[in-house]
Design a protein around this ligand. Sequence first.
Ligand SMILES: [Zn+2]
Length: 124
Amino acid sequence: MRLDKLVWVEIDPDTRYVVRIFKSQKQMVLQMPYAECGTTQQMLYKVAVWDVRHQCWLRSKGECELCGDTVTEQSGQMHERQHRGKGGEISVANSVFVCAKTHKREHRDREPRWSRHDSRSEAA
Ligand SMILES: [Zn+2]
């Protein structure tokens, strides 16, 4: 998605932070049919992503949420707990703030079995 595109987001009414980014207005209406006034709005995709990322960083308290290693707001990476698939939303609840090492490992573990090369470790 282009960073300067306008997207629909869900806003936490207490903190005023973005908690969820929708792929489309239709997606938002499906997910939040009874949204209260002020809990959804349109904003630039890049601003919304930054907001979600910043909250994940605050939640992490400076530690990778999967392995506990030290991360900074700059070095940390966003990883999806469950793959977005067709739903197409990015949210604080569906993201973990992880170190680069963990992120790499998470994606390696998700590769299909047939693409793994386990024979080397077994031969040792
Ligand atoms: Zn980690």
